[in-house]
Design a protein around this ligand. Sequence first.
Ligand code: ACO
Length: 421
Amino acid sequence: MSDSVKLSYNDQTFDFPLVEGTENEKGIDIKTLRAATGLITYDPGFKNTGSCKSGVTFLDGEEGVLRYRGYSIEDLCEKSSFIDVAFLLIFGELPTKEEQELFNKEIKNDSLVDEDLKMILKSFPKSAHPMGVLSSLTSALIAFNPSSVDVDSEADMREAIIMLMAKFPILASWTHRKIKGLPLNYANLSLSYVENIAHMMFKRPNEDYTPSPVVVNAINKLLILHADHEQNCSTSTVRVVGSSHAGLFASVSAGISALWGPLHGGANQAVIEMLEAIQKDGGDTKKYMAKAKDKNDPFRLMGFGHRVYKNFDPRARIIKKAADEVLSEMGINDPILDIAKGLEQEALSDPYFIDRKLYPNVDFYSGIIYRALGIPTEMFTVMFALGRLPGWIAQWLEMRKNNEPIGRPRQIYTGHTRRSL
Ligand code: ACO
C-alpha cells in the first residue's frame, strides 16, 4: 500500500505523505500543499480536516465506537467514577489508589473561590442564561488567579488543572442557585466529587441533604458520557484559543460559549423544549416528523443526527437505558419520555432519516434524566459542561505539550475586488 498521495495540477505531479493513526485512520499530510502548489484546501465546517494528532479519545462513527484512552465508554460507565475518568483523560492512565487519593485531596484543598466572585454573579439578572454566566465566571477566575502557567512546568500545569477541576463545579452550581434564589454554598469535604455536585446544587439552607445513590449514579454516568468527544466544536475551540498561548481558564471559558449553541451542547435543552412543545400541541409526533422533513421549514428534530455517528451514537444507547432506570427508580411517569420514544420509533423507520443516517444522539435522552433529577432546563448545558471539563483540559494539555502552532485557517476570498471610493 502506498504511503503517499499524488496530486496532479497544471501538468505537474506532487507527492504528499500519508499519516496513519493507531486505529488505521489515514490522512493526507498537506502541510506543504500551498508552498508547493499555491493551492489551499476548502472544507467548510472542517468535515474532512484533521486538525491535530490526538491520543485522548477514539471514535468510529460508522461502528458506533467511543473510547477514552483505549477504554470503552460502556466499560467506563459501568465500572468507573467520573473523577477517575477525568484523571484518565487528563493524565493518560486510570489512577492508582495513591494517585486517586492525592487527586481527590488536591481538588478538595482547592474547593473555594474568592468571595468577591459572588459580586460578579450578583450583578447578573436572574433571567441570565446560566451558560453565559458560567462562561463569564470562568473567565473571571483568571483575574482572581492571575499567575500564568509555564507549560514546560508539569507542576504549574497540574496546579492550573486542579484549580479548574475544583472551582468549576462551584461556579456551575452557583449558576443553578442563582436561578433558584438559593444562598451560595461550598463543597462538603466529606463527600465525593459527584456527590458534591448534587450537594452544591440541591442543598437547601434549612434542611440536611444526603444525595441519593440514584441521583449520584445518574449524574456519574451522564458526566462520564459527556467527558470527551475528540475534536468537536467546543473542544476545537479550546484547542484553538489555547494555541494562541491563552491560559487554560480563558480557553475553557471560550469552550463553554461554543458548547452553548443548540447545534452542540445546547441541544439537550432544545430537545426538552421541543418535546414539551409537541406535548402542548396535542402530542402529534407525525406532525413534527413532517415539519422536520420539510425543506421549507427550519424546524429540525433536536437530538437527532450527528456529524460523525452515522449508524448510532453509543452514548445514546447507554443514556436511554439510564433514563428508563432513573425514571422507574424514582417512580416518575414522564409523558415526555413516551413522546421521545414515539419520535425515535418513527424516525428509525422513516426513509428521510434512514437515508441521511440520522439517529438519536446523546442529548435526545439526557434531558429527560436531568428533568427527573429536578434540574431546570436551562441548566442542562451546564451539566454537559461539567462533564466535558476533563476532556477540554486533556485536549488543551495535549495541544500545549505538543507545542502545536497557532490555529489559523485560510479562506477563499469572495468579496469585491479592488474598487475606488
Ligand atoms: N432533523 C431533520 N433533518 C436533519 C437533522 C435533524 N435533526 N439533522 C440533519 N438533518 C438533515 C439536513 O437537513 C441535511 O439534509 P439534506 O441533505 O437534505 O440537505 C442532512 O440531514 C445532513 O445534515 P447536516 O446539517 O449537513 O449534517 P451535519 O453533520 O452538518 O450536522 C448536526 C450535524 C448539527 C448534529 C445536525 O444533525 C443537527 O442539527 N441536529 C440537531 C441538533 C442536535 O441534536 N445537536 C446535538 C449534536 S450532539 C452534540 O453536540 C453533543
